[in-house]
Design a protein around this ligand. Structure first.
Ligand SMILES: [Zn+2]
Length: 441
């Protein structure tokens, strides 16, 4: 299985640290608003990565953080004239709802920053003790100068970063690249620490929680490409400081979703909120859309495309219902899969998760199903049925398939008989009855 590693900028064979196991961490949301479609992309992409690893027999431990302590939450609380705790609670719940509705498997664990403050304080203390961080007033800064490799993850040279950094830098910093890992804050919702009352910096949360959870180098660290610098670079710098490793063997970054030619952002007012999309569209259609583009390729969000995938999904759903009913009535289910199609699934996914190719194959399988149903080749039908279910479990698609009662089966057989004997009135009546029961679509 080959993955594109953004740390080395090359395709690499996946080599689990512990054979048969994968440790995986993906940066989660800062909970101060509902998530938009751009935020949903990594959720779907890394869910599929994880599903495929599981499909290949790996025992995957998948962890995601929830940033529920942050200045953006403070701002939102004053805007909504409520408490920070309530903002964090409301949008954490909103995130969980969207996450689940998008048909993502629940991670092994979600970790909240608010539950990790003690260990983050200890982590910062260690950085200070070992000379990698320094305190000025009640703030603590990370000493970037001490990290030889700084800039490696984002492919930048330290000297360029320094000359390119902004002029209005905090004069208390030793170097313009130094970043804050503890920020003083007199707010009632902040925390007491040896450095004074305040809050941890965002970059420190993730590296500390990864160390806490996995206590070693992990296999895969994922997130959106916009996190590569400075967030991931800084996460890695702290790990190099304390543990002398790059935090993850493989760093994976998904490209962003744009709006026309613009970045999707709150300030531009061009946000597509996931909740609104889920109100109007089937989550399967949204997954088809997101997975139709390779995860490292940016794309522009278009409603015509969502409509297209909505229709596409409805067609697939109809095909699978019809197939399911035929197989049920004929009692023709079996356990076989079509090995050629399964090989193609592996072939595409083993090349850095080429979901676009997997989807083209899935559409081709749907055509074969229609042909097999017309020819009434029950063995082929059953094999393709299982194959589609295998594909859909990797892609996180979920067909709604009816459960037939004895009466349903009888009605269905009667309908087939009526059609064959050209009794169209009777066939129509039976057809309506079957449609009402969700057996025909
Ligand atoms: Zn992170």
């Amino acid at each position: 299985m080959k993955l594109y590693n953004t740390l080395t900028n090359q395709f690499e064979e996946l080599q689990p640290i512990v054979p048969g196991r994968i440790s995986m961490y993906v940066c989660g949301p800062t909970v101060y608003s509902h998530i938009h479609i751009g935020n949903a992309r990594p959720l779907i992409v890394f869910d599929v990565v994880r599903r495929y690893l599981m499909h290949q027999g790996y025992d995957v431990r998948y962890v995601m953080n929830i940033t529920d302590v942050n200045d953006k939450i403070t701002e939102q609380a004053s805007k909504e004239q409520t408490s920070e705790a309530l903002i964090a609670q409301t949008y954490t719940q909103s995130f969980f709802d969207d996450f689940t509705k998008l048909q993502n498997l629940p991670p092994s664990s979600f970790i909240k920053v608010s539950d990790s403050i003690e260990s983050i304080i200890q982590y910062i203390q260690r950085l200070i003790d070992e000379g990698f961080a320094y305190q000025v007033d009640n703030d603590v800064f990370f000493r970037v100068e001490k990290i030889e490799e700084y800039g490696r993850l984002s492919g930048q040279v330290k000297a360029d970063l320094i000359s390119g950094s902004r002029v209005d830098i905090d004069p208390r910093k030793e170097s313009p690249l130094d970043f804050v890992i503890w920020k003083s804050n007199a707010n009632a919702d902040s925390f007491v620490s040896p450095f004074g009352q305040g809050r941890p910096g965002w970059h420190t949360e993730c590296s500390c929680m990864i160390e806490d959870t996995f206590s070693s180098l992990i296999d895969i660290h994922g997130g959106g490409s916009d996190l590569r610098f400075p967030h991931h670079e800084n996460e890695m710098a702290q790990s190099l400081a304390l543990n002398n490793h790059t935090l993850a063997n493989v760093w994976m970054h998904n490209a962003r979703i744009e709006m026309g030619d613009e970045k999707m952002s709150k300030s531009l007012g061009n946000i597509i909120v996931v909740k609104d999309l889920l109100h109007d569209y089937d989550p399967n259609a949204l997954r088809l859309y997101v997975l139709s583009v390779h995860y490292r390729t940016p794309f522009s969000f278009r409603f015509e495309q969502v409509e297209f995938y909505k229709t596409e999904w409805e067609r697939m759903q109809r095909t699978m219902v019809q197939l399911h009913v035929e197989l049920d009535v004929q009692q023709a289910f079996n356990q076989k899969v079509d090995e050629t199609w399964i090989d193609r699934l592996h072939g595409a996914m083993d090349q850095d998760f080429n979901t676009a190719n997997v989807l083209s194959d899935l559409y081709a399988i749907m055509k074969s199903i229609n042909a097999a149903v017309r020819a009434n080749e029950s063995l082929v039908m059953a094999t393709l049925y299982n194959t589609v279910l295998e594909y859909s479990s990797v892609l996180g698609l979920r067909f709604e398939l009816p459960r037939l009662s004895a009466k349903d089966r009888m009605l269905y057989s009667d309908w087939v008989d009526a059609r064959e004997s050209k009794d169209y009135d009777r066939a129509d009546t039976l057809r309506s009855a079957l449609m009402e029961r969700g057996i025909l679509m």
